[in-house]
Ligand binder design. Sequence first.
Ligand code: MN
Length: 450
Amino acid sequence: MAKDLRSFLGELESNAPDELMRVKREVDLRYETSAVAERLGQEGRYPALLFEKVKGFNIPVVTNLFARRSRLAFALRTTEADLNRVYREREDKLVKPVLVEDGPVKEVVIKGSDVDLSRLPIPLHNEKDGAPYITCGAMVVKDPETGIRNVGIYRHMVEGRNKVGIHLAETSHATLIYEKWAQRGKAMPVAITIGHHPAFFLGVLSFLPFGVDEYEVVGALMEEPLELVKCETVDLEVPAYAEIVLEGEIDPTERAREGPIGEYTTLYGAPRDNPVVTINAILMRKNPIFLDVVNGHPDHQLLGGIGRLSFIYKMVRAACPTVKDVFMPPSGCCRLTCYVSIKKRHEGEAQNVAAAVFAADPFVKYVVVVDDDVDIFNDSAVLRAIATRLHADGGAFMVRNAKGHPLDPTARNEFLVTKVGIDATKPLKGFPETVRVPGSDTLDLSKYLS
Ligand code: MN
């Protein structure tokens, strides 16, 4: 059976029950689903949440699915320790999708004037979000020049019965393609997938270069070809085992106020005049599940970080072949801070590594490079390395007025930020040994505690 959202929820329930929490109590889409996720997060708990009863709807909502690395690892059938490596390795072995005649996503087809987004349980997440947002929609488009598909996740604010706003980031591949359609004076056909296996969403967020069909990365991550069906109203293909698909187009002359919205920075992004998607058809299963991401929270931060980490690693590896791993911790919003562990061979290598990270990802503002004995998935361990191994005079360097991200609240003139690289590696010679207690690793505690 093909991998999809419901097969994944079933696997969680049978193999990792702590990772999924079913909520049977009726909830309101207005702030309540995100409040449950937020409150659990305050207690350090990040289970996936399945809200079975949503007030006014007979469609359940799944959220917080991406809020824990252990679950992302489970989705790729690996361990947390191997997650980054497995993603990188599979990403390079693309698997082409296959076109099939029919699929469950076409059980219900709604077209024309029957299209009404208020049929879908779209949550309102944060106090000042401009409207309910579709936060986990994977939009496929086709390059009018080459016919090559591109898929990515963009935020969609509900603006009417058949309208959603869209933020196309300046650097996104969809923007390049949108501009090509606009030059031809044509609306860009789009299809937005809501609800699929988490590996699907991890795959469409790959940072492979322009011209790579992200559906092929999805196949690589799922270790099976993605099954696609043809859309009803546009010349595009969508996953046969999706829960819900919206078909539509973006008219290059149409714009509307979109935002504010809770962003990965945990701050609100200001409203902008952004393009608008007109929805012409809704495809869905008979009993669909709506997949949501809690924007401005770990669910959003971790999901968006994973493809970036793969690209950063590959760039760092060119500068330092003995790099062990890279991580953008939630404490840095999974974008602004990057930790790198290396097996240092030469003094000064850490500075080159930090420069490589800056070159790879303009979002990153602080890079901390540590030795390979430091656990970069643990903030405390990295802070201890800074406390004990950094000689700031020479070990830290600054890049002034570098290009950062416009959503970074410290950015001046739209995107200029000051970046800092930190070498928290110990010198190759003349550094004390770390304390160690012989036998502690293998000791059986149960023999001592009753
Ligand atoms: Mn792309």
